[in-house]
Design a binder for this molecule. Structure first.
Ligand SMILES: Cc1ncc(COP(=O)(O)O)c(C=O)c1O
Length: 566
């Protein structure tokens, strides 16, 4: 018979007894990971293929996780790719700058402990300790020499320890407070902190200008709404629809590709309708990624780009992207130096959050690399229509041969102010589209049919409306850029998207992006997104969304001016 968590738990004293330490030490150890295991780094070396850390004789093994803590308090966690004598090669670390890490310390971070850290009240004396934890801690607090002999892999350390008197089904189940397998892999949503603050401020009656989430504030064009209401009245449209989307909508998408990009697509085999771009992003990863498959993407990125891969059990290889050219250089390095090749490249231009744009030559290089190495490409083209000052974002499918390796996602959310309608598309490579269609045939019956019918009208008749939407954002961009300049904050105006990516002014650089975003909310009543929420390379930046009208944008800038002048 299985026992519940409480029945099976030990008191802290009992746990301490088992571990041979005083209760205080047990708690401290659990609370801050492996406090005593901090090791000084002898040296750090950034090279083309990542970061090398020199630590003498600490017995690390490939697969271990290592956490670096910079002198400025910055933290990053890396996986040990390889051990060469006293040097560890860390994965995903090409962007770590030496300066920030001088004086860094390395410690072994064991996944089981990281899980323990999530228990908010574990440090309290009252807390009971689960035998799984104790067994895991005992396993992992052995002398480093023994550890190296035993070669525990990261997977070993993440696995709960077998205990004879517990049902397997109960672990990570509803009666204990361990996170479920997939949930345990997803970090706290950084934006939630700002969302919560914004909510509280509004409840308190404060007028917060919300430039946080990229949620379009404009109305969906009238002809689309009219068609929806008309189609909704027809009972034939109330039934289940087709999971891959009605053929008329897919056909209309192929016409759009022909008209705008001179790209030919077969609506039966090379397109699928999705429940917004997010559906395509998440489920395509499930469809085409096997456990451990590496997927390369820029850092920072729209969060589902990185975490969709993690949810699918793939390996997230995020390459810092100071510029698209630099991203390409690093990608070439990845192919040249790593034994494992990326299975997929996931990019999105115009880019959220950095607003960086590319020309067709960039995609030509990407497609050539993918052809050479047999890699898939997923291009998220959510901002296809939001180019400014005459800039027309290219489609990756314009590159000859792109369809052999790539798919492209398009979304109705931004181009037609249809974010709440949840309509997107995935087009291009037949094998990838077929895989996504297969997964989706199990998951959904497609969007509500009147929404799909109204979307036909959007694609067919609303090109002009789309251009107006882009012009709206362009004007707001101008107002924001000018206002920020007046506030003494120099920012580079974006060429596309609905965002402004801004380096935190020197004066507040110490704060980091989350603290600075809190400050702008508290002191200026302006909500912005902290860059760290988009990945480690987003630190030092905040993102403004252009989703309030020009007058409110000016008001926001006045508030920010005060903050910067204080
Ligand atoms: C790059 C990117 N892709 C996809 C999405 C979400 O699109 P959808 O509303 O179609 O799911 C967003 C939304 O902000 C985005 O920025």
């Amino acid at each position: 018979m299985s026992l519940s968590w409480a029945q099976n738990a030990l008191s802290v004293d009992e746990a301490a007894d088992l571990l041979g330490v005083t209760p205080k030490t047990v708690n401290a150890r659990i609370r801050d990971g492996v406090g005593e295991d901090w090791k000084p780094i002898d040296n750090l070396l950034a090279s083309n293929d990542g970061l090398k850390v020199f630590v003498r004789g600490h017995g690390y093994a490939a697969g271990d996780q290592v956490e670096l803590k910079g002198v400025a308090g910055a933290e990053a966690r890396w996986r040990v790719e390889a051990v060469d004598g006293d040097a560890l090669a860390l994965s995903g670390s090409a962007g770590v700058e030496l300066g920030a890490w001088s004086g860094a310390r390395v410690r072994r971070v064991l996944t089981i402990r990281t899980q323990s850290l999530r228990r908010a009240d574990l440090g309290r004396k009252m807390r009971l300790c689960h035998p799984d934890d104790i067994a895991a801690i005992q396993r992992l607090t052995v002398d480093p020499k023994d550890l190296s002999a035993r070669r525990l892999s990261a997977r070993d350390t993440a696995m709960p320890v077998e205990t004879p008197n517990m049902d397997t089904a109960e672990r990570g189940g509803i009666f204990d407070d361990k996170p479920f397998y997939r949930i345990g892999k997803l970090p706290e949503y950084v934006f939630a902190v700002i969302n919560e603050m914004r909510h509280k401020a509004r409840v308190a009656g404060l007028d917060v200008i919300d430039l946080g989430m990229g949620n379009p504030d404009g109305a969906t064009p009238k002809p689309i709404v009219n068609k929806l209401t008309e189609a909704a009245r027809d009972k034939r449209n109330h039934r289940y629809s087709a999971s891959k989307g009605i053929w008329r909508l897919r056909e209309e998408l192929t016409k759009r590709y022909k008209r705008k990009y001179d790209v030919d697509l077969d609506h039966e085999t090379e397109t699928i309708v999705t429940v917004g771009a997010k559906d395509a992003l998440a489920h395509l990863s499930f469809a085409v990624i096997a456990p451990g498959d590496p997927v390369v993407m820029p850092d920072p990125a729209y969060p589902i780009h990185q975490w969709g891969v993690v949810m699918a059990d793939g390996e997230q290889w995020a390459l810092p992207m100071p510029s698209p050219e630099e991203f390409l250089n690093q990608l070439e390095d990845v192919y040249r130096t790593r034994s494992k090749k990326p299975k997929m490249i996931l990019v999105s231009f115009p880019h959220n959050p950095t607003t960086q744009c590319v020309d067709l030559a960039f995609f030509e290089e990407l497609v050539a690399l993918a052809h050479k190495h047999g890699t898939m490409i997923l291009h998220d083209f959510a901002y296809a229509d939001l180019g400014f000052d005459g800039y027309k974002p290219p489609s990756i499918l314009q590159v000859p041969g792109a369809k052999e390796v790539a798919v492209e996602i398009f979304s109705m959310s931004k181009s037609y102010n249809m974010a709440g309608w949840r309509v997107g598309f995935c087009s291009g490579n037949k094998k990838m589209i077929h895989a996504l269609a297969r997964i989706k045939s199990y998951l959904d019956y497609g969007n509500f049919q009147p929404i799909q019918i109204a979307s036909v009208i959007a694609l067919r008749d609303c090109e002009e409306e789309t251009q107006k939407i882009a012009q709206f954002y362009q004007k707001r961009r101008d107002v924001l850029v000018e206002g920020l300049h007046r506030a003494g904050w120099d920012v580079e105006p974006p060429k596309a998207t609905m965002f402004q990516w801004a380096k935190i002014p020197e004066r507040y650089a110490w704060a980091g992006s989350l603290e600075f975003a809190k400050l702008t909310l508290e002191k200026s009543l302006v909500a912005v997104s902290p860059g760290i929420g988009f990945g480690p390379s987003g630190e030092g930046y905040v993102r403004f969304s252009l989703i309030e009208n020009e007058q409110r944008m000016r008001q926001a800038c006045r508030g920010i001016k005060k903050l910067l002048a204080d």
